[in-house]
Design a protein around this ligand. Structure first.
Ligand SMILES: Cc1cc2nc3c(=O)[nH]c(=O)nc-3n(C[C@H](O)[C@H](O)[C@H](O)COP(=O)(O)OP(=O)(O)OC[C@H]3O[C@@H](n4cnc5c(N)ncnc54)[C@H](O)[C@@H]3O)c2cc1C
Length: 398
């Protein structure tokens, strides 16, 4: 079926980045269509699992601080507009051995980088030693040699609610949204030319296309981009675990328990992060770590989490560090990271089709920036002034 509307922009993929971009394009009055292979929010990609950490001081790089600040403001606006609960600022703790230089997300000495970021941007924070952390958060069993960065405005964002709110606002602002309709191919898109978007059910045209296909991006890129961007994106399976908080449930609720990033040893894998309970009906400590040993793809992803994985997570990381947690798991879910070599985002035009912009808030730290990033992408697509310079994420940096 041929769609007779010629759009200002079509957004392919309506996860974290695509939903934010569509929402911001529609709010600015653009004629826009968003298309997804599933019906977002869904649990097939990178944006499910109840909660994502957000923090204002960004050890991954100072360029991100304006994005996360803007994201917090946008989420508050979306909450007011839709009545959904998106952002919970429960406080956040980033901790590591004081004498180590623990890496995180490919960056050395992550705690001190985070402190430096907070100082540079005037972000409220405290630096704590082990006694200070214990006094405030007795849930953590420490070695005694830790340094902790505590940020009161950190917390978690609910990914499914954020995506749903942005799609609600996009629709209310005039965007069309087509779900369960995979995009099969893009044609055209040379400088100044329109782009044809062919899906399983229809053909559409637009002045510009934004591709925000998350972990499907590596396989979706056209051959010219694959050649030029060879090896840029790898996809890794990650697992989130919810451990029953039992009789200690009251110690693991937001307000008593912060989100945390805990590098407890010097190796990059000596690490876990976690959340207070986000669902009052299911009091649990949610934790996860990261693995970069084996790549996967959306088609090959092992979605089941087996009992041996749960046991290994508990024994190796949780037991002994949270004495109140006894190992009973209430849920465990797989998800995908899309990762670049330098662990930074990619937002760039395709080499042979500059009317197509690829946007990947990848490498395991993208959700917290997604609302602000969607706004910056919308401004770029519409040729509007922006406070954020997306050239920081140009593919050519690598
Ligand atoms: C376990 C886990 C924990 C994480 N923790 C954090 C955290 O604490 N803090 C943080 O900031 N970030 C975190 N992240 C990272 C963050 O969640 C991701 O960076 C972000 O969700 C990526 O969003 P996306 O829009 O790029 O991809 P997705 O949200 O996966 O969206 C891609 C969309 O494209 C659609 N699509 C794909 N191909 C097509 C096609 N051909 N046609 C139509 N539609 C298509 C898909 O259906 C999907 O809806 C975590 C990620 C994981 C997996």
């Amino acid at each position: 079926m041929k769609d007779s509307t010629h759009y200002d922009a079509i957004v392919v993929g309506l996860g974290a980045v695509g939903a934010a971009t569509l929402c911001q394009l529609a709010r600015r009055g653009a004629r826009v269509l968003g298309i997804d292979r599933f019906a977002p929010p869904h649990d097939h990609g990178s944006s499910h699992g109840e909660s994502r950490i957000t923090r204002l001081a960004i050890g991954e790089g100072e360029a991100y601080v304006p994005l996360v600040r803007r994201s917090h403001a946008i989420w508050r606006e979306l909450e007011a507009a839709t009545g959904r609960s998106i952002l919970t600022q429960t406080g956040g703790l980033v901790l590591a051995p004081r004498d180590g230089a623990a890496d995180h997300h490919g960056k050395p000495d992550f705690v001190r980088r985070t402190i430096a970021s907070a100082q540079r941007f005037g972000i409220a924070h405290e630096v704590l030693d082990a006694d200070g952390i214990r006094a405030r958060f007795p849930q953590f069993h420490l070695q005694g040699n830790e340094i902790g960065y505590y940020e009161p405005e950190a917390g978690f964002v609910r990914p499914e609610q954020a995506i749903a709110a942005q799609l609600d606002v996009a629709r209310a602002s005039g965007a069309r949204v087509h779900v369960d309709d995979p995009v099969l191919a893009l044609d055209g898109g040379a400088e100044g030319e329109s782009v044809t978007v062919r899906t399983a059910s229809a053909t559409h045209t637009a002045r510009q296309v934004v591709v925000a296909a998350g972990p499907w991006l590596p396989e979706f890129l056209p051959q010219a981009a694959r050649d030029a961007w060879h090896g840029e994106f790898e996809v890794y399976r990650q697992v989130m675990y919810w451990f029953d908080a039992g009789n200690a449930a009251g110690d693991f609720v937001a307000g008593r328990m912060p989100i945390f990033i805990w590098m407890y040893g010097d190796a990059e894998e000596d690490y876990m992060y976690g959340f207070p309970s986000a669902d009052p009906g299911r009091p649990a400590l949610k934790v996860a770590s990261e693995q970069y040993a084996r790549t996967t793809s959306p088609a090959a992803l092992a979605r089941e989490v087996d009992a041996a994985e749960v046991e290994a997570m508990y024994r190796r990381r949780v037991a002994g560090r949270f004495p109140a947690i006894d190992g009973r798991v209430v849920d465990a879910r797989a998800c995908m990271y899309t990762v670049t070599r330098d662990r930074h985002f990619v937002v760039d035009r395709l080499p042979d089709a500059p009317q197509v912009l690829v946007a990947s808030a990848c490498s395991g730290h993208g959700f917290k920036h997604s609302a602000g990033l969607g706004e910056a992408i919308a401004q770029r697509v519409l040729g509007q002034a922006s406070d954020f310079d997306l050239r920081a994420f140009a593919h050519r940096r690598t």
